[in-house]
Design a protein around this ligand. Structure first.
Ligand SMILES: *Cc1c(COP(=O)(O)O)cnc(C)c1O
Length: 379
Protein backbone atom coordinates (compact mmCIF):
# COMPACT_ATOMS: atom_id res chain seq x y z
CA UNK A 1 0.00 0.00 0.00
CA UNK A 2 1.47 3.42 -0.88
CA UNK A 3 1.87 5.88 1.97
CA UNK A 4 -0.91 8.26 0.90
CA UNK A 5 -3.43 5.45 0.63
CA UNK A 6 -2.23 4.12 3.97
CA UNK A 7 -2.79 7.52 5.52
CA UNK A 8 -6.30 7.74 4.09
CA UNK A 9 -7.11 4.25 5.33
CA UNK A 10 -5.78 5.03 8.79
CA UNK A 11 -7.77 8.23 8.81
CA UNK A 12 -10.92 6.31 7.92
CA UNK A 13 -10.14 3.88 10.70
CA UNK A 14 -9.67 6.64 13.28
CA UNK A 15 -12.52 8.83 12.12
CA UNK A 16 -14.90 6.17 10.86
CA UNK A 17 -17.20 4.04 13.01
CA UNK A 18 -14.79 1.08 12.77
CA UNK A 19 -14.44 -1.53 10.01
CA UNK A 20 -17.78 -2.93 8.94
CA UNK A 21 -19.66 -0.72 11.37
CA UNK A 22 -22.32 1.91 10.68
CA UNK A 23 -22.89 5.21 12.43
CA UNK A 24 -25.74 4.15 14.68
CA UNK A 25 -28.02 6.98 15.81
CA UNK A 26 -30.47 4.66 17.62
CA UNK A 27 -32.14 6.09 20.74
CA UNK A 28 -31.83 2.74 22.48
CA UNK A 29 -30.61 0.08 22.63
CA UNK A 30 -27.90 2.36 21.36
CA UNK A 31 -24.37 2.49 20.09
CA UNK A 32 -21.64 1.48 22.54
CA UNK A 33 -18.06 2.76 22.42
CA UNK A 34 -15.99 0.87 19.86
CA UNK A 35 -13.27 0.20 22.45
CA UNK A 36 -15.82 -1.32 24.85
CA UNK A 37 -17.18 -3.60 22.13
CA UNK A 38 -13.66 -4.68 21.19
CA UNK A 39 -12.71 -5.45 24.77
CA UNK A 40 -15.88 -7.51 25.25
CA UNK A 41 -15.08 -9.34 22.02
CA UNK A 42 -11.46 -9.98 23.02
CA UNK A 43 -12.41 -11.51 26.36
CA UNK A 44 -15.70 -13.12 25.36
CA UNK A 45 -14.44 -16.72 25.46
CA UNK A 46 -11.95 -16.39 28.27
CA UNK A 47 -12.36 -13.71 30.90
CA UNK A 48 -8.91 -12.77 32.18
CA UNK A 49 -7.37 -16.22 32.01
CA UNK A 50 -10.20 -18.04 33.79
CA UNK A 51 -11.15 -20.04 30.69
CA UNK A 52 -14.74 -18.98 31.37
CA UNK A 53 -16.85 -16.36 29.61
CA UNK A 54 -18.69 -13.76 31.67
CA UNK A 55 -21.76 -15.19 29.94
CA UNK A 56 -21.13 -18.53 31.66
CA UNK A 57 -19.94 -17.28 35.02
CA UNK A 58 -21.86 -17.77 38.26
CA UNK A 59 -23.05 -14.47 39.66
CA UNK A 60 -21.77 -15.28 43.15
CA UNK A 61 -18.29 -16.37 42.07
CA UNK A 62 -15.38 -14.22 43.27
CA UNK A 63 -14.74 -13.32 39.60
CA UNK A 64 -18.19 -11.93 38.97
CA UNK A 65 -18.39 -10.24 42.36
CA UNK A 66 -15.17 -8.46 41.43
CA UNK A 67 -16.72 -7.31 38.14
CA UNK A 68 -19.87 -6.11 39.90
CA UNK A 69 -18.06 -4.33 42.72
CA UNK A 70 -15.61 -2.66 40.34
CA UNK A 71 -18.53 -1.40 38.23
CA UNK A 72 -20.15 0.13 41.30
CA UNK A 73 -16.85 1.67 42.48
CA UNK A 74 -16.17 3.17 39.06
CA UNK A 75 -19.69 4.60 38.82
CA UNK A 76 -19.37 6.11 42.30
CA UNK A 77 -16.06 7.63 41.23
CA UNK A 78 -17.46 9.03 37.95
CA UNK A 79 -20.42 10.71 39.64
CA UNK A 80 -18.69 11.36 42.97
CA UNK A 81 -21.51 9.53 44.81
CA UNK A 82 -21.25 9.74 48.60
CA UNK A 83 -21.85 6.98 51.13
CA UNK A 84 -25.26 8.53 51.82
CA UNK A 85 -26.46 6.74 48.69
CA UNK A 86 -27.08 3.15 47.67
CA UNK A 87 -26.10 2.28 44.12
CA UNK A 88 -28.31 -0.52 42.82
CA UNK A 89 -28.21 -2.52 39.61
CA UNK A 90 -31.80 -3.67 39.08
CA UNK A 91 -33.83 -5.48 36.46
CA UNK A 92 -36.87 -4.02 34.74
CA UNK A 93 -35.14 -1.22 32.84
CA UNK A 94 -36.28 2.37 33.09
CA UNK A 95 -39.97 1.49 33.14
CA UNK A 96 -39.46 -0.82 36.11
CA UNK A 97 -38.59 2.28 38.12
CA UNK A 98 -41.86 3.98 37.21
CA UNK A 99 -43.46 1.53 39.65
CA UNK A 100 -40.60 0.99 42.09
CA UNK A 101 -40.27 4.71 42.89
CA UNK A 102 -43.82 5.11 44.28
CA UNK A 103 -43.78 1.66 45.91
CA UNK A 104 -40.60 2.53 47.80
CA UNK A 105 -40.98 6.24 48.46
CA UNK A 106 -44.70 6.45 49.20
CA UNK A 107 -44.80 3.08 50.96
CA UNK A 108 -47.77 2.88 53.32
CA UNK A 109 -47.57 6.59 54.19
CA UNK A 110 -50.71 7.69 52.36
CA UNK A 111 -48.78 10.71 51.09
CA UNK A 112 -48.86 11.80 47.48
CA UNK A 113 -46.15 12.64 44.97
CA UNK A 114 -45.82 15.50 42.48
CA UNK A 115 -45.07 14.84 38.81
CA UNK A 116 -43.74 17.27 36.21
CA UNK A 117 -44.98 16.12 32.82
CA UNK A 118 -42.64 17.22 30.05
CA UNK A 119 -43.18 14.47 27.48
CA UNK A 120 -43.78 10.81 26.79
CA UNK A 121 -41.67 9.24 29.53
CA UNK A 122 -42.81 11.44 32.41
CA UNK A 123 -46.36 10.91 31.20
CA UNK A 124 -45.92 7.12 31.38
CA UNK A 125 -44.23 7.37 34.78
CA UNK A 126 -47.17 9.35 36.13
CA UNK A 127 -49.66 6.90 34.65
CA UNK A 128 -47.88 4.03 36.39
CA UNK A 129 -47.67 5.90 39.71
CA UNK A 130 -51.43 6.51 39.61
CA UNK A 131 -52.03 2.74 39.40
CA UNK A 132 -50.14 2.33 42.66
CA UNK A 133 -50.60 5.42 44.80
CA UNK A 134 -51.55 9.09 44.85
CA UNK A 135 -49.70 11.10 42.23
CA UNK A 136 -50.52 14.69 41.29
CA UNK A 137 -49.62 16.52 38.11
CA UNK A 138 -47.71 19.61 39.26
CA UNK A 139 -47.02 20.87 35.74
CA UNK A 140 -47.84 19.68 32.24
CA UNK A 141 -46.32 20.84 28.96
CA UNK A 142 -49.27 19.60 26.86
CA UNK A 143 -50.32 23.14 25.83
CA UNK A 144 -46.98 23.62 24.06
CA UNK A 145 -46.99 20.06 22.65
CA UNK A 146 -44.10 19.24 25.00
CA UNK A 147 -41.75 21.44 22.97
CA UNK A 148 -41.02 23.54 26.03
CA UNK A 149 -40.59 22.90 29.77
CA UNK A 150 -43.37 24.70 31.67
CA UNK A 151 -42.12 27.85 33.44
CA UNK A 152 -41.06 27.25 37.01
CA UNK A 153 -43.53 29.96 38.15
CA UNK A 154 -46.40 27.82 36.86
CA UNK A 155 -45.51 24.63 38.71
CA UNK A 156 -48.01 23.83 41.45
CA UNK A 157 -45.82 22.00 43.94
CA UNK A 158 -47.29 20.51 47.11
CA UNK A 159 -44.91 21.23 50.02
CA UNK A 160 -46.11 18.01 51.70
CA UNK A 161 -45.41 15.78 48.71
CA UNK A 162 -43.27 12.71 49.37
CA UNK A 163 -41.21 13.55 46.29
CA UNK A 164 -41.13 15.54 43.07
CA UNK A 165 -40.62 13.45 39.96
CA UNK A 166 -39.32 14.58 36.59
CA UNK A 167 -37.64 13.24 33.48
CA UNK A 168 -34.33 15.04 33.01
CA UNK A 169 -34.20 14.27 29.29
CA UNK A 170 -37.31 13.44 27.31
CA UNK A 171 -35.83 11.14 24.70
CA UNK A 172 -38.57 11.35 22.04
CA UNK A 173 -38.51 15.06 21.17
CA UNK A 174 -35.19 15.84 22.86
CA UNK A 175 -36.29 18.07 25.74
CA UNK A 176 -33.68 18.36 28.45
CA UNK A 177 -33.51 20.17 31.79
CA UNK A 178 -30.20 22.03 31.79
CA UNK A 179 -30.54 22.84 35.50
CA UNK A 180 -31.60 20.73 38.43
CA UNK A 181 -35.01 21.93 39.69
CA UNK A 182 -35.02 23.28 43.23
CA UNK A 183 -37.68 21.53 45.30
CA UNK A 184 -36.54 22.63 48.74
CA UNK A 185 -36.84 19.84 51.30
CA UNK A 186 -38.99 17.64 49.09
CA UNK A 187 -36.80 14.86 47.64
CA UNK A 188 -36.25 15.05 43.92
CA UNK A 189 -36.55 11.92 41.75
CA UNK A 190 -35.05 12.01 38.26
CA UNK A 191 -35.41 9.69 35.32
CA UNK A 192 -32.02 10.11 33.63
CA UNK A 193 -32.32 7.09 31.37
CA UNK A 194 -31.11 9.02 28.33
CA UNK A 195 -28.67 11.48 29.89
CA UNK A 196 -27.00 10.01 32.98
CA UNK A 197 -23.19 10.19 32.50
CA UNK A 198 -23.50 12.78 29.72
CA UNK A 199 -21.97 15.34 32.09
CA UNK A 200 -21.04 15.71 35.76
CA UNK A 201 -23.98 15.66 38.16
CA UNK A 202 -24.37 16.82 41.76
CA UNK A 203 -26.04 13.66 43.05
CA UNK A 204 -26.49 15.23 46.52
CA UNK A 205 -29.35 17.31 45.07
CA UNK A 206 -31.42 14.16 44.49
CA UNK A 207 -33.41 11.62 46.43
CA UNK A 208 -33.34 9.09 43.60
CA UNK A 209 -31.65 9.10 40.20
CA UNK A 210 -32.31 6.20 37.90
CA UNK A 211 -31.39 5.23 34.35
CA UNK A 212 -32.30 2.27 32.19
CA UNK A 213 -28.98 1.15 30.79
CA UNK A 214 -29.53 0.78 27.07
CA UNK A 215 -29.27 4.43 26.13
CA UNK A 216 -26.04 5.88 27.50
CA UNK A 217 -24.66 3.11 29.74
CA UNK A 218 -24.69 -0.41 28.33
CA UNK A 219 -26.87 -3.10 26.79
CA UNK A 220 -30.49 -3.63 27.76
CA UNK A 221 -31.81 -5.48 30.82
CA UNK A 222 -30.98 -3.31 33.82
CA UNK A 223 -31.27 0.08 35.43
CA UNK A 224 -28.79 1.92 37.59
CA UNK A 225 -30.65 3.26 40.63
CA UNK A 226 -28.99 5.73 42.99
CA UNK A 227 -31.06 6.08 46.15
CA UNK A 228 -30.47 8.27 49.20
CA UNK A 229 -30.22 5.75 52.04
CA UNK A 230 -32.85 7.38 54.24
CA UNK A 231 -35.41 7.00 51.42
CA UNK A 232 -34.97 3.21 51.26
CA UNK A 233 -36.53 1.00 53.89
CA UNK A 234 -40.05 2.45 53.93
CA UNK A 235 -41.44 0.42 51.05
CA UNK A 236 -45.04 -0.72 50.91
CA UNK A 237 -45.54 -3.81 53.06
CA UNK A 238 -47.36 -5.91 50.47
CA UNK A 239 -45.11 -5.82 47.44
CA UNK A 240 -42.60 -8.13 45.76
CA UNK A 241 -39.25 -8.22 47.54
CA UNK A 242 -37.36 -7.85 44.25
CA UNK A 243 -38.74 -4.32 43.99
CA UNK A 244 -37.72 -3.21 47.48
CA UNK A 245 -34.69 -0.90 47.37
CA UNK A 246 -33.62 -1.70 50.94
CA UNK A 247 -33.75 -5.48 50.40
CA UNK A 248 -31.85 -5.15 47.13
CA UNK A 249 -29.24 -2.91 48.75
CA UNK A 250 -28.73 -5.46 51.52
CA UNK A 251 -28.32 -8.23 48.94
CA UNK A 252 -25.89 -6.30 46.73
CA UNK A 253 -28.58 -6.17 43.98
CA UNK A 254 -28.49 -9.97 43.90
CA UNK A 255 -31.73 -11.13 45.47
CA UNK A 256 -31.83 -13.30 42.36
CA UNK A 257 -29.63 -13.88 39.31
CA UNK A 258 -28.95 -10.50 37.70
CA UNK A 259 -28.29 -9.89 33.96
CA UNK A 260 -24.59 -10.48 34.50
CA UNK A 261 -23.36 -9.66 31.01
CA UNK A 262 -25.19 -6.33 30.98
CA UNK A 263 -23.67 -5.45 34.34
CA UNK A 264 -20.22 -6.36 33.02
CA UNK A 265 -20.68 -4.28 29.85
CA UNK A 266 -21.77 -1.29 31.94
CA UNK A 267 -18.60 -1.75 33.95
CA UNK A 268 -16.46 -1.70 30.78
CA UNK A 269 -18.21 1.51 29.78
CA UNK A 270 -17.58 3.14 33.19
CA UNK A 271 -13.91 2.22 32.82
CA UNK A 272 -13.85 3.66 29.29
CA UNK A 273 -15.31 6.92 30.60
CA UNK A 274 -12.69 7.12 33.34
CA UNK A 275 -9.92 6.43 30.81
CA UNK A 276 -11.23 9.11 28.44
CA UNK A 277 -11.36 12.20 30.60
CA UNK A 278 -14.42 11.37 32.71
CA UNK A 279 -17.67 13.26 32.59
CA UNK A 280 -16.13 16.72 32.10
CA UNK A 281 -14.68 15.53 28.80
CA UNK A 282 -17.99 13.89 27.83
CA UNK A 283 -19.88 17.10 28.63
CA UNK A 284 -17.61 19.18 26.41
CA UNK A 285 -17.80 16.69 23.54
CA UNK A 286 -21.57 16.28 23.87
CA UNK A 287 -22.11 20.06 23.87
CA UNK A 288 -19.96 20.43 20.76
CA UNK A 289 -21.69 17.59 18.90
CA UNK A 290 -25.24 18.76 19.64
CA UNK A 291 -24.42 22.40 19.01
CA UNK A 292 -23.03 21.59 15.57
CA UNK A 293 -26.11 19.66 14.55
CA UNK A 294 -28.61 22.23 15.88
CA UNK A 295 -26.70 25.02 14.10
CA UNK A 296 -26.86 23.06 10.86
CA UNK A 297 -30.59 22.38 11.26
CA UNK A 298 -31.39 26.00 12.15
CA UNK A 299 -29.55 27.24 9.07
CA UNK A 300 -31.29 24.75 6.76
CA UNK A 301 -34.40 25.45 4.72
CA UNK A 302 -35.37 21.74 4.51
CA UNK A 303 -35.00 20.58 8.14
CA UNK A 304 -36.30 22.21 11.30
CA UNK A 305 -36.28 21.64 15.05
CA UNK A 306 -39.34 22.73 17.04
CA UNK A 307 -37.95 22.63 20.58
CA UNK A 308 -37.50 25.73 22.74
CA UNK A 309 -33.73 26.44 22.43
CA UNK A 310 -33.51 26.77 26.23
CA UNK A 311 -34.25 23.06 26.68
CA UNK A 312 -32.89 21.42 23.57
CA UNK A 313 -31.30 18.08 24.42
CA UNK A 314 -27.60 17.38 23.94
CA UNK A 315 -28.42 13.68 23.64
CA UNK A 316 -31.38 13.38 21.29
CA UNK A 317 -31.75 15.81 18.42
CA UNK A 318 -35.24 15.59 16.93
CA UNK A 319 -35.97 17.27 13.62
CA UNK A 320 -38.50 17.23 10.83
CA UNK A 321 -38.57 17.84 7.09
CA UNK A 322 -40.54 20.81 5.80
CA UNK A 323 -41.57 18.53 2.93
CA UNK A 324 -42.74 15.41 4.77
CA UNK A 325 -43.02 13.40 1.56
CA UNK A 326 -39.20 13.18 1.65
CA UNK A 327 -39.16 11.35 5.02
CA UNK A 328 -38.89 7.81 3.65
CA UNK A 329 -36.38 8.86 1.00
CA UNK A 330 -34.06 10.54 3.45
CA UNK A 331 -34.10 7.51 5.76
CA UNK A 332 -33.34 5.12 2.92
CA UNK A 333 -30.54 7.27 1.53
CA UNK A 334 -29.07 7.70 5.00
CA UNK A 335 -29.13 3.95 5.60
CA UNK A 336 -27.40 3.34 2.26
CA UNK A 337 -24.72 5.85 3.32
CA UNK A 338 -24.09 3.96 6.57
CA UNK A 339 -26.09 6.33 8.81
CA UNK A 340 -28.58 4.12 10.64
CA UNK A 341 -31.60 4.36 12.94
CA UNK A 342 -32.51 7.98 12.25
CA UNK A 343 -36.29 7.47 12.28
CA UNK A 344 -38.11 9.31 15.07
CA UNK A 345 -40.10 7.38 17.70
CA UNK A 346 -43.37 5.87 16.45
CA UNK A 347 -45.29 8.30 18.68
CA UNK A 348 -43.70 11.48 17.27
CA UNK A 349 -42.55 10.63 13.74
CA UNK A 350 -39.91 12.86 12.19
CA UNK A 351 -36.22 12.17 12.47
CA UNK A 352 -34.02 11.82 15.48
CA UNK A 353 -30.26 11.57 15.91
CA UNK A 354 -29.20 10.25 19.30
CA UNK A 355 -25.73 11.50 20.17
CA UNK A 356 -24.83 9.60 23.32
CA UNK A 357 -21.29 9.46 24.74
CA UNK A 358 -20.38 6.63 22.37
CA UNK A 359 -21.08 8.68 19.23
CA UNK A 360 -17.83 10.29 18.06
CA UNK A 361 -17.89 13.81 16.67
CA UNK A 362 -16.94 12.32 13.29
CA UNK A 363 -20.35 10.62 13.24
CA UNK A 364 -22.08 13.97 13.63
CA UNK A 365 -19.89 15.43 10.87
CA UNK A 366 -20.84 12.53 8.61
CA UNK A 367 -24.53 13.11 9.38
CA UNK A 368 -24.30 16.84 8.66
CA UNK A 369 -22.47 16.18 5.38
CA UNK A 370 -25.12 13.70 4.35
CA UNK A 371 -28.07 15.93 5.30
CA UNK A 372 -26.48 18.89 3.50
CA UNK A 373 -25.98 16.84 0.36
CA UNK A 374 -29.56 15.52 0.53
CA UNK A 375 -30.85 19.09 0.87
CA UNK A 376 -28.85 20.25 -2.15
CA UNK A 377 -30.46 17.51 -4.20
CA UNK A 378 -34.02 17.75 -2.91
CA UNK A 379 -34.37 21.06 -1.07
C1 LIG B 1 -36.13 4.56 27.05
C2 LIG B 1 -36.59 5.34 28.23
C3 LIG B 1 -37.34 4.76 29.26
C4 LIG B 1 -37.81 3.32 29.20
O1 LIG B 1 -36.77 2.46 29.32
P1 LIG B 1 -37.03 0.86 29.32
O2 LIG B 1 -35.72 0.35 29.78
O3 LIG B 1 -37.40 0.49 27.93
O4 LIG B 1 -38.11 0.59 30.28
C5 LIG B 1 -37.68 5.52 30.35
N1 LIG B 1 -37.31 6.81 30.44
C6 LIG B 1 -36.59 7.42 29.47
C7 LIG B 1 -36.21 8.84 29.62
C8 LIG B 1 -36.22 6.70 28.33
O5 LIG B 1 -35.51 7.30 27.37
Amino acid sequence: MNSVLKEVTNEARTNGPGPGRAWNFSAGPAMLPQAVMEQAQAELLDWQGTGISVLEMGHRTPEFLQIAQQAEADLRHLLDISDDYHVLFLQGGGTGQFGMVPLNLLGDSGKSADYLITGHWSQLAHKEAVRIARARVAADGATTNYCKIPDRADWQLDPDAAYVYYCANETLLGVEFHDTPDTGDVPLVADMTSNLLARPLDVSRFGVVFAGMQKNIGPTGMAVVIVRKDLAGNARSNMPSLEDYALQAKAGSMLNTPPTFTWYMAGLNFRWLLDNGGLEAMAAANRRKADKLYRFIDASSLYYNEIDPACRSDMNVHFRLRDESLQQGVLEAAGAAGLKALAGHRVTGGLRASLYNAMPEAGVDALIDFLGEFERRHG
